[in-house]
Design a protein around this ligand. Sequence first.
Ligand code: FRU
Length: 469
Amino acid sequence: MNKEPITVTNTRYRLGYHIMPKSGWINDPNGFTYYNGYYHIFYQHYPYAPEWGPMHWGHARSKDLVHWETLPIALTPGDEEDKNGCFSGTAIEKDDRLYLFYTGHHYYGDNDPEYFWQNQNLAYSDDGVHFIKYEKNAIIPQAPEDNTHHFRDPKVWQHGDSYYMIVGSQNKDELGRIIMYRSEDLLKWEYLGPVNESKGKQTEGYMWECPDLFEVDDKYVFLFSPQGMDAEEEQYLNLFQNGYFVGELDYESHKFTRGEFKELDHGHDFYAPQTMQAPDGRRILIGWMAMWESEMPEKHDGWSGALTLPRELYLKNNHLYMRPVSELTTLRINDGTHNSLNLNQPRLLLNDKYHAEINLKGPNKNFNIEFKNANNQLISLTYDALSHKFSLYRFDKGDYRYSIIKDSDIINLQLYLDTSSVEIFINDGESVFTERYYSEEPPQVWVSSNDNILIESSIYELKNNTISF
Ligand code: FRU
């Protein structure tokens, strides 16, 4: 019996310019790369329900990081080496061929989700559309002996004449860590050992998922998704975290020396990002715009989840900034509306558009941005100038997320609204909040201040159909 993909039954929350599934479920981005004139993005995907299930790799490509063409599913699970899922991984080009590295997921006998094992596999393509699983899979058939069964999400890159792979894992003391392999040909891999590990289950996590390790502005950044960190009053409030260490990677000893963990995005809806290097050298990131165990109301409509906008990364004083890639200005469909606003009373910035970019610039004074519709409040973002703190409240969830920025005379905000998502970039990406909201009418966006200030605003309407299925 052929299974049919689920269909979308209501388009009320469908996004206009983000990568999302034709229908069904999306989680992590996978295999973000550039190959044969196209950016390629793959994603964890289940086409048959708006729920997580045996993982496939969905696939889309783009020439400009703005317009995306959905391609046939690249990897389908069920073969001996990926019986119960093709989990997250990476892509790399070698000699004109595109290689995908992914984790094979396996349950023992009775499909109990708690009891599984994982291995690392390879697939390849010469046209960037059709993929063949390597006939000698698995390329790494099992986790090393000092590891538990958590062994997934390979990231592969080239350094000098060698290829390196890091894999998210857990040691026998149940501490998260990453381990490293080396290869000359992408096929045979030699185990080098652990690169870095968690200093404590509650402080740095019991499992490190989705590792990425890359050079940006002459430093190494290790980006990953630790599970198990305890929430603190204003940090680590999501179910699982995502963040980074800045440090040095020694290829001889395969050790990474690093500073303290920092969260990357302060919103409710951000996880498992990965990066690639664009042909012009920029380091670009895409993440999953959701979080495990969130409600995801679009499930009622036959789909679930999306990926964030592509963001360019840069380092300043060991802090990782994320700003929207410059290509996104081509989303603007008009020259915009530009105003100086005196906030001696609340000002309405937007009330009849689903897809818009709002830019605001003002002095370091208190202000508040409200998202609402006729019946409900959706999101409120408050800035306190004394403490330099942003507090974001999600009315559907009933809780706050926070971020403190460094001292600055001028505050600028760039907000991308897309039907049911908003990404808020503060001070050129020093701080970012990624959020979903659920409203069947366009949201009203208000700005107000108890400080009587003058601000500059520029508002653009954005395109609504930059992904084809
Ligand atoms: C992270 C993750 C990965 C895994 C994938 C499974 O969100 O748990 O570790 O490969 O999702 O879909």
